[in-house]
Design a protein around this ligand. Structure first.
Ligand code: NAP
Length: 503
């Protein structure tokens, strides 16, 4: 990348969002773009999360791009290795390699009010772009809680790592291992490592609701059918999608209906956990769905094994090799695996974006993230994000939301081109603060009735102020409609000042 390279669009990140954006840009006839990626391969969260047992809990035929169906998914819920391979395949099939810039971590991007372009500094040099599409994803920066004394653990010869940065060189066989957390990552890790470790201590701050996971291999006959008659794959996807659309109202409007689902989850637990004391520890006291509903058929059986202890309390302190829970329980271990999630509502990339008013996105979002239609933020012209604020889902495939956002991106670029008229990036679109505020008010009003607000739990969906700035309180079809095109009344058109040098 030369010092003064200029592109029409800079996409940041090469996970599902970034690769999807790249495919869409090419389909729109835009080839003047780069995809900046801090790592050395594509895949995003599906590259970084390689922990034992890592798999998606949304069925593969729905958790894939509509424009890149894969008739050969091996299982109903495919594992990380296959999802990562799928993304590599998409990269090759759609000719994205020439656009990829690996090991280009964005260190700062600054909007230039005069030139109407973004100046993007990376670890490998600087470039400028008319438009930035930020697809860094909410699950990209691992979060390790600030536990007093944690540094003393490695000083005492122990090993610590995060689930999303798995240390494959560390041999867990026979070791005393602590897993911290009971989210979607932990419940896949625990059954995968339990047979191998000497002793497993699970630090559970809050029990999870866990439903059975209907995973099975997809038969050769099914795959043959999907290859020979592609509409059967589409029909399968449609069915998976439709069922999840019908579930939405229970989450968003009628949480009481979820009581029935709780009984299925309780039966799932009762089948595996015979000890009433352990069952009591594992039974949540909040409404199912308030936190992400977890799917596993081997988590509870693993917890019932004799080499597993469940500490029903969060990790509060570390003293050398001894972990101390908030309730005072102590455990001496050899390794600690933090399955404690990601910086979602405080994503570090926001500190690296400086907008038209000279403030960072993190400052602009200090009271909570907000973006029009999950995409554009006030004060940040020609910048949009994929999987932005309030676009997450509790029960369906994020790929549906990503593809909606790509429709919005494509229309944004189309309309910008028309407004500009010169082909030289002499116009930009700045979202009106009033439009962002109105959108956000609508989203937050709808949020009040949802199980995520009223379900009696704390979760990563909520920010430091208790506001749900992550999830979409509606169906994926509603979001599809809301992002079909850019309503120019929600934007101000900014133009390069008269007399400014042509580029
Ligand atoms: P997470 O859902 O944010 O879970 C973090 C866990 O760490 C929570 O159980 C939390 O407890 C716990 N924790 C934090 N500090 C603790 C402490 N001091 N002591 C004990 N526990 C502590 O993170 P995640 O499991 O990595 O999942 C994040 C998201 O990634 C998921 O919700 C999902 O969207 C995605 N994901 C999907 C899959 C899949 O498709 N199967 C797999 C993995 C991840 P509290 O509940 O008390 O806060």
């Amino acid at each position: 990348m030369g010092q003064h390279e200029h592109v029409r669009v800079a996409v940041i990140g090469s996970g599902f969002g970034g690769l999807g954006a790249a495919v869409r840009l090419r389909r729109e006839g835009i080839t003047d773009f780069v995809v900046l990626e801090r790592a050395d391969s594509v895949g995003g969260t599906w590259r970084d999360n390689s922990y034992p047992g890592c798999a998606c809990d949304v069925p593969s035929h729905l958790y894939s791009f509509s424009f890149a169906p894969n008739p050969d998914w091996p299982r109903t819920f495919s594992g990380q290795r296959h999802i990562r391979a799928y993304l590599e395949h998409v990269t090759d099939t759609f000719g994205l390699r020439p656009h990829l810039r690996f090991r280009h971590e964005v260190t700062m991007m600054t909007w230039d009010n005069d030139a109407l372009r973004w100046r993007i500094e990376t670890t490998r040099g600087t470039l400028t772009a008319d438009v930035v599409v930020s697809a860094t994803g909410p699950l990209s920066d691992p979060k390790i809680p600030d536990i007093p004394g944690l540094a003393s653990f490695e000083e005492a010869g122990g090993r610590v790592f995060h689930s999303a940065r798995w240390d494959h060189d560390y041999d867990l066989a026979g070791k005393r291992v602590a897993v911290i957390g009971t989210g979607a990552s932990a419940i896949q890790i625990v059954p995968s490592i339990q047979p191998e470790v000497g002793r497993l201590t699970l630090f559970q701050r809050t029990p999870a609701w866990v439903m059975p996971r209907m995973d099975r291999p997809i038969t050769g006959a099914e795959r043959w059918l999907h290859r020979q008659l592609p509409f059967t794959g589409k029909a399968r996807r449609g069915l998976l999608w439709g069922i999840r659309e019908l579930q939405v109202s229970a989450f968003t409007k009628r949480p009481a209906e979820l009581g029935l689902v709780e009984s299925i989850a309780k039966a799932n637990m009762a089948r595996a956990i015979k000890d009433p004391a352990l069952r009591a520890k594992l039974t949540p006291s909040y409404r199912i769905g308030c936190k992400r509903i977890l799917l596993s058929s081997d988590y509870y059986p693993a917890l019932a094994r004799p080499n597993v202890d469940v500490v029903a309390s969060g990790l509060a302190e570390v003293r050398g090799r001894t972990l101390v829970a908030a309730d005072g329980t102590e455990a001496e271990v050899d390794a600690v695996i933090f399955s404690t999630g990601f910086h979602v509502t405080d994503m570090p990339i926001a500190e690296r974006v400086v907008g038209a008013d000279g403030i960072t996105l993190a400052e602009a979002w200090k009271d909570g993230m907000e973006a029009l239609r999950g995409a554009t933020a006030a004060g940040f012209p020609n910048w949009m994000t994929i999987i932005g604020p309030n676009t997450g889902l509790g029960n369906s495939s994020m790929i549906l939301m990503i593809e909606s956002q790509l429709n919005y991106m494509a229309d944004y670029l189309r309309q910008l081109d028309v407004l500009d008229g010169t082909g030289h990036g002499r116009a930009a679109l700045a979202v009106r603060p009033s439009a962002v505020a109105a959108w956000n008010r609508r989203v937050q009003t709808r949020m009040e009735r949802t199980v995520w607000k009223s379900g009696g739990c704390d979760s990563w969906y909520l920010d430091a102020n208790g506001r749900n700035t992550t999830l979409w309180p509606g169906t994926t079809s509603e979001f599809r409609r809301a992002t079909r095109s850019v309503d120019l009344s929600e934007y101000e058109v900014v133009r390069v000042r008269e007399g400014a040098a042509a580029r």
